[in-house]
Write a new protein. Structure first.
Lengths: 117, 107
């Protein structure tokens, strides 16, 4: 069974950093592109970043370029999102997702990030 | 960015009723469209990919159709467990974009 378990969320002040992790199991992690998708409270879904199977190609939405870094450790079956210079508008639940045929086939349970002073 | 306009924003259906949700893209997305269901307090689940392909394990009462800029999700026979938010998503061009969602309730 595919499982994605996020961790690392919490309350952080504006301008500070946070690193999210997503532990994957139940599939060959290195064979799949992965992504982070967020959802602000009572709002819709918003793609944040994606990464290719080997990690060599990364893609970001404009609002996080230069502040967030997506990475992966295929030996540890883990996806990461380094979030720097956090802003109040980054407050959201962050989901990691497995990409299959350009769709988000499986999602983690989500981790809440709150940016507030 | 490709804009995804989803309608209606909310919908109330009776048990067994057939309903449709529409999604319109701001440009041709060549069937690179997926539909997701999100129940209250849960993470989204993939229902349909490539506009009309049913994800493994999804009940056959769910179906997707469309092409070009116009797509739809149909539920043939509303069930209580179908009460949820539904989102469309295009993957034709970065950034991937989602529709604003449709809240489906049981009447």
């Amino acid at each position: 069974e595919v499982q994605l378990v996020e961790s690392g969320g919490g309350l952080v002040q504006p301008g500070r950093s946070l690193k999210l992790s997503c532990a994957a199991s139940g599939f060959t992690f290195s064979n799949y592109g992965m992504a982070w998708v967020c959802q602000a409270p009572t709002k819709g879904l918003e793609w944040v970043a994606s990464i290719s199977t080997g990690g060599g190609n990364t893609y970001y939405r404009d609002s996080v370029k230069g502040r967030f870094t997506i990475s992966r450790d295929n030996a540890k079956n883990t996806l990461y999102l380094q979030m720097d210079s956090l802003r109040s508008e980054d407050t959201a639940t962050y989901y990691c997702a497995r990409l299959v045929r350009d769709s988000y086939a499986q999602w983690g349970q989500g981790v809440m990030v709150t940016v507030s002073s | 960015d490709i804009q995804m306009t989803q309608s209606p924003a909310s919908l109330s259906a009776s048990l067994g009723e057939t309903i449709s949700i529409e999604c319109r893209a701001s440009e041709d997305i060549y069937s690179n469209l997926a539909w997701y269901q999100q129940k209250s307090g849960k993470s989204p689940q993939l229902l349909i990919y490539a506009a009309s392909r049913l994800q493994d394990g999804v009940p056959s009462r769910f179906s997707g159709s469309g092409s070009g800029t116009r797509y739809s999700l149909k539920i043939s026979g509303m069930q209580p467990e179908d009460e949820a938010d539904y989102f469309c998503q295009q993957s034709y061009k970065y950034p991937d974009t989602f529709g604003a969602g449709t809240k489906l309730e049981l009447k």
